[in-house]
Design a binder for this molecule. Structure first.
Ligand code: GDP
Length: 364
């Protein structure tokens, strides 16, 4: 599965958040949680559309989409220089597909910070600098490796070297690798490096519960700093999320949320933001046995999307019958949708859209 790594300086609320995540009922029941790394949580993606479908179809079971979160603790100032521990954490970050950066935006004199008074913008910069320094090291290493062949006239090495130098300059200016504008082809010069600052990033602003409905100065400053990146900021109160996660009863949870003027938990918002950050979308299958959400990458065509269910579906793909959720809601069944002319027959080139209800036809 695709993974979001949760990073942040010490004492910003990462563990609180991660344990809330793994505590919610959401933790995918289909997986043997005990057999995997305790720092990895496979989390159900909350999706109202599943409820809508289930109500209509009344299936034997409902299977949501899942997403993985990894708790990557231990990133501190100076980590990139630290041969020991710090570097290990950076290796863990290399293995994730996207980064969730938790930033402390709550004031609490009892919770110490190793890096002075609460300052989200500086926290963001500290973490980013560590990631950039690590990337710089990777880029430099590769430059060292190919420099000789570039000098001796190898055209490919020469072209790669040019691109690598651009990345080097970008990182040296304190910018993230992902901000450098190069062609897809040029980008290949660094794909083997799995640069940390190339990964998509979102921010979780951890605030006191009293600032959930208005922004405090920390959040305002963070929003300002992030605005140019176009990155998503999810504001939550980790301490409150930990409490919410402990409530198992649905109605009770709803009442608790209402008390705080919330429609849903911050974790739900965060999980969905993570799913989007990974560039994922969902299509559904809706049968009486099972209503299920399937995860694909944005832009996938029907056969590839079918392959997520079974490789045979992809290999033997004939066509897909596609119904839009709003039509399904209106007509209540695939057959009724067909009769109303709301069932589209799509071929190999169809690009699956988020929320499509799919029925694949295939040869075995
Ligand atoms: P980590 O080092 O980033 O994993 O941080 P922890 O999750 O261990 O949290 C550090 C401390 O901050 C703990 O004492 C938490 O109880 C506290 N904390 C976490 N989230 C919040 C919050 O939203 N508000 C307040 N006041 N304290 C929090």
């Amino acid at each position: 599965g695709l993974r979001c790594g949760i990073v942040g300086l010490p004492n910003v609320g990462k563990s609180t958040l991660f344990s809330a995540l793994t505590n919610i009922q959401n933790v995918a029941a289909n997986y043997e949680f005990a057999t995997i790394d305790p720092n990895i949580g496979i989390i159900d993606v909350p999706d109202d559309r599943l409820d809508i479908l289930s109500e209509i179809v009344n299936p034997q079971r409902v299977v949501p989409a899942t997403i993985e979160f990894v708790d990557i603790a231990g990133l501190v100032k100076g980590a990139s220089k630290n041969e020991g521990r710090g570097n290990g954490f950076l290796t863990n970050i290399r293995e994730v597909d996207a980064i969730v950066h938790v930033i402390r935006c709550f004031d609490d004199v009892n919770i110490v910070r190793s890096v002075g008074p609460v300052n989200p913008v500086s926290d963001k910069e500290i973490i980013e600098m560590e990631l950039q320094l690590k990337d710089l090291e990777s880029v430099d290493k590769k430059i060292g490796r190919i420099e000789r062949s570039a000098k001796s006239g190898d055209p490919r090495a020469k072209a790669e070297l040019e691109v690598l130098k651009q990345y080097k300059a970008t990182l040296e200016q304190g910018k993230n690798a992902r901000t450098l504008e190069v062609s897809e082809d040029e980008k290949k010069a660094v794909t083997d490096l799995f640069l940390l600052t190339m990964k998509p990033m979102m921010y979780v602003a951890n605030v006191d519960e009293k600032y959930l409905h208005e922004d405090n100065s920390h959040v305002k400053a963070l929003k300002e700093a992030v605005s140019k990146e176009g990155a998503n900021i999810v504001k939550i109160c980790a301490a409150l999320e930990a409490q919410i996660a402990e409530i198992t009863e649905k109605e009770e949870k709803k009442m608790f949320l209402e008390e705080y003027g919330l429609k849903e938990s911050g974790l739900n918002r965060m999980i969905r933001a993570g799913y989007e950050l990974l560039d994922l979308i969902t299509y559904f299958t809706a049968g009486e046995k099972e209503v299920r959400a399937w995860t694909i990458k944005k832009g996938w065509k029907a056969p590839q999307a079918a392959g997520v269910i079974h490789t045979d579906f992809e290999r033997g793909f004939i066509k897909a019958e596609v119904v839009k959720l709003t039509d399904f809601q209106k007509f209540k069944s695939e057959a009724a949708c067909r009769e109303a002319g709301k069932l589209a027959i799509e071929g190999k080139e169809y690009v699956v859209e988020d929320g499509d209800i799919m029925h694949f036809r295939f040869n075995v």
